[in-house]
Design a protein around this ligand. Structure first.
Ligand code: ZN
Length: 366
């Protein structure tokens, strides 16, 4: 299959910009120039205050902004500097030494290409384009975003699933940090004077509910750091981890139990526990009769696709938008193997993602 030359050009231009999370300004500039070519104006909001980055979200309100959003994120998780595109028979890849940046420049290219087409065809409908910052790190862009009152629905172009599939529900995730504090001492001369934080952490972690707790819940400690020397009774161990679950109260309960269990072991040996936790993203569930679900299903069928809702165990801008009361689904763009050096996208998926974007730009939600 041959990819439309203009879509290919936009994809190459966007993926050639190196802009990791917090450094999205050149992508925002590209978008500004792009839309300026046909007289549209965008603005950057104040999301950089939250992200500490060099750009806010880019927002383009078309014909008053309408009720629905088309969303893609401007950052990549890893640098794409020195990207060398490879055009194969059916797909685009990098040369294997860098990521392709297809997450989420694939989504971004689809929207911009469709926008240009809709302007040319003269059939744009009211809607808002939201290009976010720091999706890959903290979702800071979509968390900061302040929607106009009329905005009710969102379509995020940021799932690795192939077009037609969409994420209608996800779990939420708590990130936590636990610090066990003991007392340091010489391990050979006066071990009695010490309280070993490693011993406490080990015993506490042995009781941690690692892995799949139930059908909708998982827990993990992924990083453990501590100790300064083999001859020192360790006085500090840091553990960071996460709990993923569909139900916020369930997540809170598990977190509270973990903290209480760790505290008990600390007390037993004279150590102290410090803990921090926060919701990295909250769960959402968009139902069959919700507008984004029905509207996308209609569009997908029109394009000959089989609309398939999926559940995901990962978060995206759709999670923060749903928290704001904007019913949002995350659409499959077909950006495969995201974040690896083997990222790729099929020409047919990139083309289809842009067809979906075109439909969303040119049809009002009923
Ligand atoms: Zn992404």
């Amino acid at each position: 299959m041959v990819l439309d030359e203009r879509l290919k050009q936009i994809f190459i231009e966007l993926t050639s910009i190196d802009a990791v999370s917090g450094k999205e300004a050149p992508v925002a500039e590209y978008i500004n120039k792009f839309i300026g070519n046909f007289g549209l104006k965008g603005f950057a909001d104040g999301a950089s205050d939250l992200s500490n980055g060099n750009s806010g979200n880019m927002i383009v309100e078309i014909l008053g902004g309408g009720e629905h959003l088309l969303v893609a994120h401007m950052d990549t998780p890893r640098s794409t500097a020195r990207l060398n595109h490879q055009f194969h028979q059916d797909r685009i890849t990098s040369d294997g030494t860098t990521p392709l940046g297809v997450d989420d420049r694939g989504g971004l290219s689809s929207i911009l290409f469709a926008l240009e087409r809709a302007v040319r065809d003269g059939n744009l409908k009211p809607c808002t384009l939201l290009f976010t910052v720091c999706e890959e790190t903290t979702l800071a862009g979509s968390i900061y975003y302040k929607p106009a009152p009329a905005v009710k629905y969102g379509f995020v172009f940021d799932s690795y699933l192939s077009p037609g599939n969409f994420v209608s529900e996800t779990c939420g995730a708590i990130n936590f940090e636990l610090v066990v504090r003991g007392v340091s001492a010489h391990a050979g001369i006066s071990p009695e004077k010490g309280v070993n934080a490693i011993k406490i952490a080990a015993e506490a972690m042995a009781g941690f509910p690692f892995g799949r707790i139930d059908e909708v819940t998982t827990a993990n400690i992924g990083i453990v750091k501590g100790g300064t020397g083999t001859n020192v009774v360790c006085d500090e161990v840091h553990m960071t981890g996460e709990i993923r679950t569909d139900f916020t109260h369930h997540g809170e309960e598990i977190m509270a139990k973990v903290i209480s269990d760790f505290n008990k072991v600390c007390e037993k040996y004279g150590g102290k526990l410090e803990s921090k936790h926060f919701w990295d993203f909250l769960p959402y569930s968009v139902k069959e009769d919700d507008k984004p679900y029905t509207h996308f299903s209609k569009i997908a069928k029109r394009l000959g696709l089989n609309p398939s809702p999926k559940k995901s165990m990962g978060g995206s801008d759709a999670n923060s938008l749903n928290v704001k009361g904007i019913k949002t689904i995350n659409l499959g763009v077909g950006a495969q193997n995201p974040h690896g050096n083997d990222e790729f996208i099929l020409y047919k998926d990139l083309k289809m993602a842009s067809e979906i974007a075109y439909q969303l730009l040119t049809t009002e939600i009923e």
